[in-house]
Design a protein around this ligand. Structure first.
Ligand code: COA
Length: 158
């Protein structure tokens, strides 16, 4: 049976290691561990909330989230932006993630709408959200940084 507890500054190393694994698993660019831990501290000291899920007393995954006043629910009481959601690699494929989202929805955010990003490079994550009834909401685009040389204008051209 899955349960949950609030976590925070007491768990930065655990959460940071899971965050590193998450970046690897979803095909994101992997940050250095110290940079992840620094960012994790900032998140947890700021507006983000975090919870750790357990099964028979063992930690099996975590979620980091924050409340949003409007998007995607401008008329309602506001939604939740689910910033991180992760099941430990040794616990996947047997309903843990589904159980975590059920608890998250029912006990933690009490039915509020959920918005999240899933990378193109993470088809398994996308399949998970679809299996749970989530629908695609927007497509994000990016252009990677390009080398840029400022053109000097030495005169007015006359
Ligand atoms: C995605 C993740 C949370 C799934 O956790 P899980 O505990 O293995 O998922 P569950 O066993 O609860 O699966 C729930 C449903 O999702 C489906 N699903 C889960 N992972 C899947 C995958 N890789 N490919 C296809 N379907 C998948 C299951 O088939 C299941 O469907 P069903 O209940 O209709 O049979 C986990 O693999 C993970 O943490 N991955 C790395 C981090 C990540 O991608 N997070 C999401 C970022 S957007």
């Amino acid at each position: 049976m899955i349960a949950w507890r609030r976590s925070g500054m007491d768990d930065p190393d655990r959460l940071s290691l899971w965050n590193l694994h998450l970046q690897e698993d979803e095909g994101a660019e992997v940050m250095a561990f110290v940079a992840i831990r620094e960012r994790m501290r900032r998140w947890l000291a700021g507006v983000c909330h975090s919870v750790v899920f357990t099964e028979s007393g063992r930690d099996v995954g975590y979620a980091i989230y924050r409340y949003r006043a409007t998007d995607p629910d401008p008329q309602g009481e506001g939604g939740v932006y689910l910033r991180r959601f992760f099941v430990d690699r040794t616990c996947r494929g047997r309903g843990v993630g589904r159980g975590m989202i059920r608890l998250f929805t029912e006990e933690i955010i009490r039915g509020r709408s959920i918005l999240l990003k899933a990378y193109e490079s993470n088809p398994g994550g996308q399949a998970f959200w679809r299996a749970l009834g989530f629908e695609p909401y927007y497509v994000g685009f990016q252009r990677r940084a390009i080398a840029y040389c400022a053109r000097r204008v030495d005169g007015d051209g006359s």
